[in-house]
Design a protein around this ligand. Structure first.
Ligand code: UDP
Ligand code: MG
Length: 330
């Protein structure tokens, strides 16, 4: 009997967790030869998610939960969940049923066929707001042109992985985590399973535009330093042009005397250079901020409550925030 741990980040998902479990159990119950367990990660929900998880855990011995001291974000929730897995395979999926459990049997088949990972990708982005779709496609285009880590645009965080791949993911110990990139960075053989986008019927999306913008900037700065090189190259180019302009102006002044007009060109150049310098400092600042946050080496999450004493030995060691950044188990 092979074991599969399903990691489910939950933030204010009281409306849907029970339906999620029932639906997933119904599908997984039909897969012979596998034992499915659940690790729900309550990411500091302010609704009834935690009491519900406690109740679900009491009713079903294969349900486990972790609960954070506050909202640490989906990345932290996924990381905590992965750290507490011990199964031969691990599935990561959202609680809102936007990741159809019906894909799990196919994922199991792909892993049986010898692949390291079976990941879902949306075949359409229907149902997504126009502006979000546009920014999303801009982000992927920009990020992929900058970085060696090419992220498929329609990939979602719904995938089944081997233990080996999960351990590789956990070995990346950065505090500021960007899983979409990490999944690609660790390599391994991934098959893509397309599915039709499902609209959320229960609860609401937890993303704000500001949150997505931060996510996008983090995604780019986490996997490439090309923006730094771009501004350096741009600086070199500007210096070259300035030098020519300075020489030309000097010569012209020497030959033809001082020429008073020039307000417009002066203003344009000053504004342009000011803007460029500001932008460059901003880009450098973004990286400095990351160095700062990584250097503080704070735990990725702080655990307040869990039932995981019931899990096999090795899985327990991450049950405190302090241990949250420990190297993965061998
Ligand atoms: N989520 C989380 N912490 C957060 C935000 C979201 O654990 O701070 C979870 C959420 O409960 C859900 C998943 O991440 O299971 C995806 O969130 P959501 O459905 O809001 O995102 P969307 O599907 O709109 O991208
Ligand atoms: Mg969703």
């Amino acid at each position: 009997m092979k074991t599969v741990d399903i990691v489910v980040p939950c933030f204010n998902e009281a409306e849907v967790v029970e339906t999620f479990l029932a639906e997933t159990e119904r599908i997984c119950g039909q897969i012979a030869g596998y034992r499915f367990s659940y690790i729900f990660v309550d990411d500091g929900s302010r609704d009834a998610t935690l009491p519900l998880l406690r109740k679900m855990q009491q009713e079903n011995e294969r349900v486990h939960y972790l609960s954070f001291s506050r909202n640490f974000g989906k990345e932290a929730a996924m990381y905590a969940g992965l750290k507490h897995t011990s199964g031969d395979y691990v599935i990561v999926m959202d609680a809102d049923l936007q990741h159809p459990p019906a894909l799990i049997p196919q994922m199991v088949k792909e892993l049986e066929a010898g692949h390291d990972c079976a990941a879902a990708c949306r075949s359409t982005r229907d149902g997504e707001k126009g502006l979000r779709s546009l920014f999303s496609s801009l982000f992927y285009r920009f990020s992929n042109s900058m970085s060696d880590v090419k992220m498929p645009q329609n990939a979602v965080d719904f995938r089944m992985m081997t233990r080996q791949m999960v351990d590789a993911i956990l070995s990346l110990s950065e505090v500021e985590r960007f899983s979409k990139g990490i999944f690609v960075w660790v390599g391994f053989d991934t098959v893509w399973i397309p599915y039709e986008n499902v609209e959320r019927t229960l609860g609401t999306s937890k993303w704000s535009f500001k949150g997505l913008l931060k996510y996008a900037i983090d995604g780019i700065t986490a996997f490439t330093v090309k923006p730094l090189k771009l501004i350096r190259n741009f600086g070199i180019l500007l210096c070259g042009i300035s030098l020519i302009y300075i020489l030309a102006t000097l010569i012209k002044t020497l030959i033809m005397g001082i020429d008073v007009p020039g307000y417009a060109s002066l203003l344009c150049i000053t504004l342009f250079l000011g803007g460029t310098i500001q932008l460059s400092i901003g880009v450098v600042g973004e990286y400095v901020a990351h160095i700062y946050l990584e250097a503080k080496d704070r735990p990725v999450y702080i655990l307040k409550e869990t039932d995981l004493a019931a899990l096999p030995e090795g899985a327990k060691d991450a049950a405190s925030g302090e241990d949250a950044k420990e190297a993965p188990r061998a």
